[in-house]
Design a binder for this molecule. Structure first.
Ligand SMILES: Nc1nc2c(ncn2[C@@H]2O[C@H](COP(=O)(O)OP(=O)(O)OP(=O)(O)O)[C@@H](O)[C@H]2O)c(=O)[nH]1
Ligand SMILES: [Mg+2]
Length: 371
């Protein structure tokens, strides 16, 4: 995962530093973070800011307050909507008053957060019926940070509330434009400048990815590996994990990325662990969805038959070293793919993973310069 030798790593840093200082190159290694919606791309970009640019200023944190309160409101309203839909009853019928308040608050499309809003939300969050519905959140659309923010309501409701770094990491805002972030990383004795592009992952946003593929040093493909039991927010007929696999195949086989290294972050392992602990398995996904998905071919940049083998799941599979596999291996000889398990809200482990990736990216960048 990491460069084996610290000496080798620092030499790379020196060479990159030399390239910059001697004006041998005018651009910088850059990473494009792609992946389906809510996989964690922006969260990883925020981690890079925490790790490499001294985190968030007080002003930047204050700017997140309204968004965090909106996350709180969206969370409780989604759960109440789902209780109705799934026919889950409140444990305490006296809490009906709080449901009525929040329903009329939602109907009025209010954007403010009066004290009554927090009072009724906190009261409902204690109700066992609401908790039960939260536990079934894979059946409807709920942000991953719902529990985190509902548990923190006593801080969020304060007039002088300032979000912590963790609050900022958990805050969910859909990306709908291309965001660029530049930072410097100390690599050996040199400071290496990096640029990272963060794009939106929902279906309507993906056509913009092409503009961050061009001359990317490496592609960071982020997958929510816990989402095997969920459907897409923007298209309820599609399973989230299968969509991620399909989009990955399109990226891996894209003729625009034939020489780019791809780093996969299998993200949200904390949520995956939680689901496994609660007895969830992949069986339902395999039975219900897996055969209905078309796959991509090298260079086709479109949906068609598979080139990456998933044959091991099928008992009627062809021998693995057939022409198709050889052709695929030749096609992919120019780029590599490696993966890391990540929890994007955990700064400590992301820091370690990024150190490993940094070496891959710098090596790739140097290769592009023939070094
Ligand atoms: N528990 C947990 N939550 C995560 C993890 N990664 C991301 N999240 C949360 O998941 C939500 C979605 O993350 P984002 O980073 O906004 O996802 P995205 O890929 O940028 O989504 P789009 O901008 O729509 O493409 C946020 O509320 C994050 O805090 C993780 O590893 N564990
Ligand atoms: Mg985003």
């Amino acid at each position: 995962m990491y460069l084996a030798s610290g000496v080798a790593e620092s030499s790379i840093g020196c060479i990159v530093g030399y390239l910059y200082s001697s004006n041998h190159c005018t651009d910088f290694p850059f990473l494009s973070a792609v992946g389906t919606g809510e996989s964690g791309k922006s969260t990883i970009t925020k981690q890079m800011k925490i790790i490499h640019i001294n985190g968030f200023t007080k002003e930047e944190k204050d700017e997140k307050v309204l968004q965090i309160r909106k996350n709180l409101r969206d969370s409780i309203l989604s759960i109440l909507g789902a209780m109705n839909h799934l026919d889950i009853k409140l444990e305490n019928y006296e809490n009906e008053e709080s449901v009525r308040y929040l329903m009329s608050y939602a109907a009025a499309e209010r954007q403010d957060y009066p004290e009554e809003f927090y009072y009724h939300t906190a009261r409902l969050w204690q109700d066992a019926g609401v908790q039960e519905c939260h536990g079934l959140s894979y059946k409807y659309q709920l942000i991953d940070s719902a529990k985190y923010f509902l548990d923190r309501i006593s801080s969020i409701r304060k007039n002088d509330y300032t979000p912590t770094d963790q609050d900022v990491l958990r805050c969910r805002v859909m990306t709908n434009s291309i965001q660029k972030m530049d930072f410097e990383v100390k690599d050996g004795r040199a400071n290496v400048r990096f640029s990272v592009y963060d794009v939106g992952g929902q279906q309507g946003e993906r056509r913009k990815w092409i503009s961050v593929f061009d001359s990317a040093t490496a592609i960071l493909f982020v997958v929510d590996c816990s989402c095997f039991d969920q459907v897409l927010r923007e298209d309820h007929s599609k399973n989230r994990l299968l969509e991620a696999i399909q989009i990955f195949e399109q990226v891996w086989n894209s003729r625009f990325l034939r020489y780019q290294s791809i780093i996969i972050f299998l993200n949200k392992i904390d949520l995956l662990a939680e689901k496994i602990m609660n007895g969830k398995t992949l069986d339902m996904l395999i039975e219900n969805f897996i055969d209905s998905y078309p796959r991509g071919e090298p260079g086709s940049d479109q949906r068609s038959r598979s080139s990456i083998s998933m044959r091991s799941r099928s008992s009627s599979c062809a021998p693995l070293l057939d022409d198709e596999v050889i052709r695929t291996a030749v096609w992919h000889a120019g780029h590599s793919c490696e993966f890391y398990y990540t929890c994007a809200v955990d700064t400590h482990t992301i820091k370690k993973v990024l150190e490993g990736c940094r070496s891959v990216i710098i090596k790739k960048y140097l290769e592009a310069w023939g070094i």
